[in-house]
Design a protein around this ligand. Structure first.
Ligand SMILES: *Cc1c(COP(=O)(O)O)cnc(C)c1O
Length: 562
């Protein structure tokens, strides 16, 4: 409509609608989506809890979310403005500072597209000072390019689309050279995948012109929920909050973020980031073996930018294997960006690129499982990792039970985070039973199809209390708990505040949920020691049964299923 276009600001007439790789592929949503640096796993938890869609959220800046992120980012809540992704932070910074047709920002191409886009929306001039030949900031050229109307300098670190860090010394020199004149905005969207995940936070106290962008999109697997933070001195943050919409964050997004930032959500997220970093290094080693690949840019992020001979040909080859990657040739000629995905998906990507995989170079998934389980009586978050025993974070509200669970996990050789909020004002029954069920379900899920495991475990550790435990991960639930002294009963009804009759019940519930057989016989005359020996012995038996037995990849049953 000509008349309408005549009403539109002339400088906005040439701006296209944002298009994603999926849009550019004609709406093709591939089985393997590695085009947008998203997490391949959904976030921890469930968004259905405590959302009241009929109500406005209580605060423009939800206090609990602000508080949890302040802890994560090692700042105070007053240093943060939360908005709809980092994208909104970029937009508001430019709108707050740049007068249309007068002021400018500096960007350092090749770079992330949103800085330029948001500046155009505001009618701000974009001064381009390219990265130097080492793909680092050209601090001299940037300081020379600054005019009296320059308000902001934007760059990502880790860099997008290359993935490497900007030299810290250069950034500090730039901050110093621009002190009290220009804001330096460091976009740390990918910092959680770098060696030093603290980024430039510690420099906020030294430089009042430093602004840091963080996002929950990449590191916290919440790209679809749209939450990002601007971090800066409180005086800057207060002005930004002043121009932010009244209720920018949907309640469901805030709920999803709180789940991801719950104690178990954090364990889950950290495990997934650890896998992605490991996988990035594996891909970095293996992709150069592909006949398509010329070189790879070193990366501290969850993606790899790869130089290829013929991008269109590579994208086509990938597409035939159901894989969508992103062409970045517009930023750097002949490049494709690969988001790092799950070990299995990365293997498919490597194979599609013509890289042959051996037993040593194939990806393998840790036997990891997280879940959130809620009833009217208990709310339990649990994460287990059968291949990484070095985390323990247990809180059930019953001290002695926490102690027993940590014995089970540390002797069982598996990592365990278990948090339970139960109806302890009634009694311990629901809490102990539901924790056993949640733990059993998680262990069962982490075992998957049980390929390659030892299946059986037997132990008899000796204290003055003796416990013998035997387990069979048979797929059939059975539990027998025998006390062979003191007339078949624990010598005390109460052990450190935990009711002793709940101990056999715990093992019964665990066996049901894990679908395994557990036989325990314990003897002694001190109830505390007898309980502890039972948990330890069972842990040791589980450790044997969980073990991957030699080179076998078989399911350890003559039936072929367990
Ligand atoms: C993905 C990305 C962002 C994040 O944007 P959100 O709006 O928070 O999803 C910011 N900066 C860079 C460089 C990115 O690649």
């Amino acid at each position: 409509m000509k008349w309408f276009d005549a009403l539109v600001r002339p400088d906005l007439l040439s701006i296209p609608v944002y298009s994603s790789a999926v849009v550019e592929a004609g709406g093709y949503v591939p089985p393997i989506k590695i085009d947008a640096n998203e997490s391949p796993w959904p976030p921890f938890g469930s968004i259905s809890k405590l959302v009241k869609p009929n109500r406005y959220i209580e605060d423009q800046q939800p206090p609990e979310l602000l508080q949890r992120l302040a802890v994560q980012w090692n700042v105070t809540p007053d240093d943060i403005m939360l908005g709809r992704g980092s994208d909104e932070g970029i937009d508001l910074l430019i709108r707050l500072l740049c007068n249309q047709g007068k002021d400018s920002i500096i960007i350092c191409p090749p770079t992330f597209a949103m800085y330029d886009h948001s500046a155009k929306l505001q009618g701000a001039e974009v001064i381009k000072v390219p990265l130097n030949s080492k793909w680092q900031l050209d601090v001299n050229a940037i300081t020379k390019a600054i005019t009296t109307n320059t308000k902001l300098i934007f760059f990502p670190s880790p860099h997008a689309p290359m993935g490497h860090m900007m030299n810290r010394a250069d950034v500090l020199a730039l901050l110093k050279a621009t002190a009290e004149k220009v804001l330096v905005v460091v976009d740390e969207a990918y910092i959680a995948f770098a060696d030093d995940t603290s980024g430039l936070i510690a420099e906020l106290k030294n430089h009042s012109n430093l602004v840091i962008l963080r996002t929950l999109s990449k590191a916290y697997a919440l790209a679809g929920e749209r939450i990002g933070g601007v971090i800066a001195r409180p005086e800057i943050i207060a002005r930004l909050r002043g121009i932010l919409a009244p209720y920018p964050l949907p309640q469901s997004s805030v709920r999803a973020a709180l789940d991801a930032l719950s104690p178990n959500g954090l364990v889950d997220g950290a495990e997934h980031r650890r896998i992605l970093v490991f996988e990035r290094k594996r891909m970095e080693k293996l992709l150069p073996k592909s006949k398509f690949v010329e070189s790879i840019f070193p990366s501290d992020a969850n993606f790899l930018l790869v130089k290829v001979k013929d991008p269109a040909d590579v994208l086509d080859t990938l597409k035939r294997a159901g894989i969508l990657a992103r062409n970045r040739s517009s930023a750097i000629p002949n490049t494709i960006r690969f988001s790092v995905s799950t070990p299995d998906e990365n293997d498919l990507v490597l194979r599609a690129m013509g890289v042959e995989l051996t037993k040593e170079t194939k990806g393998s998934m840790p036997r990891l499982y997280s879940s959130s389980r809620g009833t009217k009586e208990t709310q339990i978050d649990v994460t287990v990792n059968l291949d990484k025993p070095d985390f323990l974070n247990i809180s059930t509200g019953i001290g002695f039970f926490d102690h027993m669970l940590s014995q089970l996990a540390s002797h069982g050789g598996f990592g365990l985070a278990l948090n339970c909020a139960g109806d302890l004002h009634i009694d311990q029954h629901h809490t102990i039973e539901d924790c056993a069920l949640a733990l059993g379900e998680a262990l069962k899920a982490a075992l998957g199809d049980k390929r390659g495991i030892a299946r059986f475990g037997f132990t008899a550790p000796l204290d003055e209390a003796l416990a013998q435990a035997t387990v069979d991960l048979s797929g059939r639930p059975f539990a027998q708990f025998t006390i062979s002294s003191n007339g078949g009963k624990f010598p005390a009804e109460n052990i450190g505040g935990m009711s002793s009759e709940m101990i056999p019940h715990f093992f019964h519930s665990l066996a049901v949920a894990m679908a395994c057989a557990i036989h325990i016989t314990v003897t002694g005359d001190n109830a505390h020691h007898m309980a502890e020996a039972s948990f330890k012995a069972t842990g040791r038996a589980l450790r044997q049964a969980f073990q991957l037995a030699g080179n076998s990849n078989a399911i350890p049953s003559t039936k072929g299923v367990l």
